[in-house]
Design a protein around this ligand. Sequence first.
Ligand SMILES: CC/C=C\C/C=C\C/C=C\CCC/C=C/C(=O)SCCNC(=O)CCNC(=O)[C@H](O)C(C)(C)COP(=O)(O)OP(=O)(O)OC[C@H]1O[C@@H](n2cnc3c(N)ncnc32)[C@H](O)[C@@H]1OP(=O)(O)O
Length: 310
Amino acid sequence: MKLSSRIPFRLALKQTPEQRSSSIDTYQRTMLHSNLLRLVARGGPKRLMSTATKLTTVEVNDKTGIATLTMNRPPVNSQNVQLLEDLQKSITEIENNKSRGLILTSAMSNVFSAGLDIHEMYNTNEERLRIVWTELQNAWIALYGSSLPTAAAINGHAPAGGCLLATACEYRVMVPNCRIGLNETQLGIIAPKWLMSGFLNVLPKRVAERALTQGRMFTTQEAFEVGLVDEIANSKEEALEKCSAFIGSFAKVNSLARGLTKLQFRAENIKEFEKIREKDVANFIALASRPEIQKDMGIYLENLKKKGKK
Ligand SMILES: CC/C=C\C/C=C\C/C=C\CCC/C=C/C(=O)SCCNC(=O)CCNC(=O)[C@H](O)C(C)(C)COP(=O)(O)OP(=O)(O)OC[C@H]1O[C@@H](n2cnc3c(N)ncnc32)[C@H](O)[C@@H]1OP(=O)(O)O
């Protein structure tokens, strides 16, 4: 499926008859391709890879060669150091096993990932904060900088660090009635530039600026309308199928040429990130150690707990 061929019907109506017939043609080919992939994806035997990880699993579909990386840290996949390290190990393993692509998803029924585990940042020491932030950076760059085709099957809410992982991927499919966004300003904190890069890759600058300054959490429908997610799926299974179809769209493209082209698009952000990563860790430690931020974290955690008991 060519990305340029994903023309919504309402836009297709504005095209010339020639453009329209070519889009419809491409649309039919796309549907056929995606239906074929669905059949293959359903029927294909799955192989569990031998990851030495506790909080992630990797399953490779033997027919399609696509790996599904599942985060499994109940109740909400909050990103502690272990989950961030496991994500990196799984990504490396998928790359080394020459899978055709990577789909990131969650084992939880209503949450993709709740973002950083606030417990790991609360009432702790500088060394722990350094590890937390370094592992978040490492997990992000492993995903954002992967030359493999990557897609996120967002089967639940994806605030903050959850949105970070989803937007590090090239394609996003989300289930209805969930929320996604970078809500940092709502928490009184500032997301550093590298953390916004994926978001800025997919949204027009004006929309991104407004969303980031508001700390806006988009509903699935809103995220689709602004382009933060590429498709909506009615279930996790359908989201996985749509992600497989996206990865399958590169079947006839030279993988080296594809990967290098992707990385050229991302090179500037990666270079910027590498330049500031040490300083960024120091900034994070300084911010997260501030007494007023620590106090806010405590209140935030209390409120989350209270909400959970209601
Ligand atoms: C206030 C400032 C906080 C921290 C940052 C400080 C400095 C950082 C500087 C820069 C960082 C920027 C980069 C990234 C930041 C982040 O990712 S911060 C995390 C932001 N995440 C959120 O705000 C999401 C909070 N969670 C939710 O909104 C909801 O839990 C949910 C919509 C994801 C799921 O809702 P439900 O299914 O209804 O589940 P519950 O809300 O009942 O939660 C179940 C259980 O899980 C605990 N929990 C939820 N989220 C987190 C989390 N992020 N960290 C730790 N724990 C979390 C929640 O308290 C419940 O616990 P129990 O009550 O069962 O004990």
